[in-house]
Design a protein around this ligand. Structure first.
Ligand SMILES: Nc1ncnc2c1ncn2[C@@H]1O[C@H](COP(=O)(O)OP(=O)(O)OP(=O)(O)O)[C@@H](O)[C@H]1O
Length: 415
């Protein structure tokens, strides 16, 4: 560690059009005539989702433990909150002069956010921090200088931005499905006394959760409480649901349903889905591909399908991007398209796993408006997983996983 004298910290408020990789590179290079030139001879470390992904891949490729040497668990099998804690501990061992923190509070529950804030405050006494955030509420009080990214560089952040404009929510209704599903069972998903353990560790203890058609639920719980595990039992990605008292669409899990039968009736979105996309598809084709459960379209769309895509783009206020390549959209726009893509066939059940993570305030507000609109204007049953108290989100019920020594127990809350 080379740092001497007063330790300095910087904060940068980004929006979803900020070229983050370029920004991080300019910090790492300590570019002249930027606030970061003071870092040019120092050693930096990166605390970011991309760095985590890189380490997970490294662990997998070489079958080694880079970050989690003290535990039996691999980085990949950890919950997102656990991964972040492990990464920070790993970085601190390398004794960097400064740490670039890319949206450090994303995916963390409220108490872990507070814990991390205290930890960063402590670390800041010895190590310089560069905080990159997309949500204003994530600012840290001990960082004095905040900047905003403008086209021609950074400028000091002064006044808050104007409130964001809304989705086209008042004027246009969400389009109907081309082939609506009929469902006459009074229950959509039913967990009865469902219990899950990993490596003899009890994670979910006696979960009883009944979801009825058309309901809008928010699934909450601290990091590691088992939210993703619950969702993955519904989607069938996790076989822990088999042989248990778990029913989806009126059929018991593991009773012979195929993954395609489930996929057909299910819409799903989590931000990491976008990372694995390859190929260039237009926005219009991405939307229509939701009718085929494929990513991108590999056949010519029909006129009716093209019309449906246009109607969705009207609601999203993205009509002018009809022929734009999906990759060229901002992150916020990509999320809106992905949610509309998951919704285009009006699935019986729509699962949204932390859809706002990494989004700026304006994009989050648009996404929340879209989800509320879907909930009120369709019969689709919704489960929305989020750590944040998303301003304006209007779930009918909250299912909260509460951690105990004997795994998590569930509680239904009416907001
Ligand atoms: N394949 C696995 N092997 C071992 N442990 C696992 C595995 N999958 C999940 N776990 C553990 O189960 C617990 C619940 O994980 P899960 O990802 O469901 O939590 P979560 O509530 O979604 O957390 P987060 O909010 O941090 O994403 C965690 O302690 C995790 O480490």
């Amino acid at each position: 560690m080379k740092t001497t004298g007063k330790i300095r910290h910087w904060g940068v408020l980004m929006d979803n059009s900020t070229p983050k990789v370029d920004l991080v590179n300019s910090i790492l290079k300590g570019l002249q005539n930027t606030p970061f030139e003071a870092l040019s001879d120092l050693t930096g470390a990166l605390f970011s989702p991309l760095e985590l992904q890189r380490l997970i891949e490294e662990e997998e490729r070489h079958d080694i433990k880079v970050v989690t040497q003290e535990t039996t668990q691999s980085l990949k099998s950890m919950s997102s909150g656990e991964r972040k804690k492990a990464l920070l501990a790993h970085i601190l061992k390398t004794e960097p002069d400064y740490i670039i923190l890319d949206n450090p509070f994303d995916n963390l529950d409220t108490s872990s956010q507070k814990e991390l804030t205290l930890k960063l405050e402590h670390i800041s006494k010895k190590v310089s921090l560069v905080l990159l955030i997309t949500r204003k509420e994530d600012r840290l009080s001990f960082i004095e200088h905040y900047y905003k990214v403008r086209e021609n560089g950074l400028e000091p952040l002064n006044e808050p931005d104007k409130p964001s404009m809304g989705l086209n929510s008042t004027s246009l209704s969400i389009p109907q499905a081309l082939k609506p599903y009929t469902y006459d069972n009074p229950v959509m998903v039913d967990f009865k006394n469902v219990t899950v353990s990993f490596d003899d560790r009890l994670i979910l203890n006696n979960i009883n959760w009944t979801i009825r058609p058309g309901e809008f639920w928010q699934l909450k719980g601290k990091n590691g409480s088992g939210k993703s595990t619950l969702l993955s039992m519904i989607t069938g990605e996790n076989s822990k649901g088999y042989g248990q008292q778990l029913w989806l669409f009126g059929q018991q899990k593991g009773s012979g349903e195929t993954i395609w039968e489930i996929k057909e009736k299910l819409g799903y979105f989590t931000p990491s889905m976008i990372d694995s996309f390859s190929g260039h598809h237009t926005v219009e084709h991405m939307l229509i591909s939701g009718l085929y459960d494929s990513i991108g379209l590999y056949i010519y769309p029909t006129e009716i399908q093209l019309q449906l895509a246009k109607e969705w783009l009207g609601v999203l206020d993205l009509m002018e991007h009809r022929k734009t390549y999906f990759h060229d959209l901002s992150m916020g726009q990509q999320r809106l398209i992905m949610i509309a893509r998951a919704m285009i066939k009006h699935p019986l059940l729509l699962l949204l796993d932390e859809p706002t993570s990494g989004l700026d305030d304006k994009s989050s507000a648009l996404l929340v408006a879209l989800v509320n609109k879907i909930a009120t204007e369709s019969n689709t049953t919704l489960i929305f997983v989020s750590h944040r108290e998303e301003e304006g989100l209007q779930p009918q019920y909250i299912y909260e996983l509460q951690m105990t020594d004997q795994g998590s127990v569930g509680k239904k809350i009416t907001p």
